[in-house]
Design a protein around this ligand. Structure first.
Ligand code: UDP
Length: 235
């Protein structure tokens, strides 16, 4: 079993069956799974995305200035993080939200040593605001935070897909699921698991990644316990 993990929750994961925004019922179900995992004694950091509300790149395609749009995306991650915090605390799980973008009325500033202290005290730390810089993604933020807090593994929770495939399983019913793959293969084959900056960072920092389906109840616990689920991405 892992001692300390970093869970990546994309914005998509929080919207459930709705087309936009946050579905409190879905967030509640995720919180229950995280609580179950926490009860095993593992230390949990979470990086929350923002794509359910806003994506900088999409807005750029519609004519907006990219940096401006990216800052809006980072603000979206703060809203999502607060929703995850609320759901976890309703289940009695102590949490802290730490942000890369100063927002001191609702979240603490991200300070690495303080984050580690929170984890040691049994608090789930929710990292928001991405890296605090435009032109990056929360996937890259999650690899960086995982490295900084010395998480043993990154758990990448996906919506309705089981892991990494050789082609898009929503478009190709014959898409093949990998049980294991390397970051080099992901980069060479341009597989859409995470962006290339995040994949390179994982590779360079030797941080393994497990990609799995979060919609199956119990999968977060399984991943934390080291059971074989989804795809293990190795260095
Ligand atoms: N973003 C950014 N810098 C970061 C992290 C995120 O500019 O370090 C912006 C970017 O516009 C991105 C948006 O925030 O589109 C939401 O993050 P992301 O797309 O990674 O969320 P996810 O796909 O995980 O829901």
């Amino acid at each position: 079993m892992y001692k300390r993990i970093l869970l990546k929750l994309s914005g998509e994961a929080l919207k459930g069956e709705t087309s936009y925004g946050i579905d409190p019922k879905t967030v509640n179900e995720i919180a229950e799974q995280i609580k179950d995992a926490k009860q095993l004694g593992v230390e949990i950091g979470i990086v929350v995305g923002g794509g359910n509300i806003w994506r900088g790149k999409t807005a750029e395609g519609l004519g907006m200035d990219r940096a401006q749009a990216d800052y809006m995306g980072m603000l979206a991650t703060i809203m999502n993080g607060l929703a995850v915090q609320d759901a976890l605390e309703q289940h009695g799980v102590p949490t802290r939200v730490m942000t890369a973008i100063d927002c001191d009325k609702v979240a603490e500033p991200y300070i690495r040593r303080r984050a580690i202290r929170h984890l040691e005290k049994g608090r789930v730390v929710i990292f928001v605001g991405g890296l605090g810089s435009p032109y990056f993604s929360t996937d890259t933020a999650c690899v960086l935070r995982a490295t900084e807090i010395e998480a043993e593994v990154v758990l990448m929770a996906k919506n309705h897909t089981e892991g990494v495939y050789d082609s898009d399983p929503r478009k190709n019913p014959d898409a093949k699921l990998f049980t294991e793959i390397t970051f080099s293969e992901i980069l060479e084959k341009n597989l859409q698991v995470m962006d290339s900056t995040a994949a390179s960072l994982c590779k360079d920092n030797k941080k393994p990644l497990i990609v799995f389906n979060m919609n199956k109840r119990g999968n977060i616990v399984k991943a934390v316990q080291g059971d074989k689920i989804g795809t293990l991405v190795k260095v």
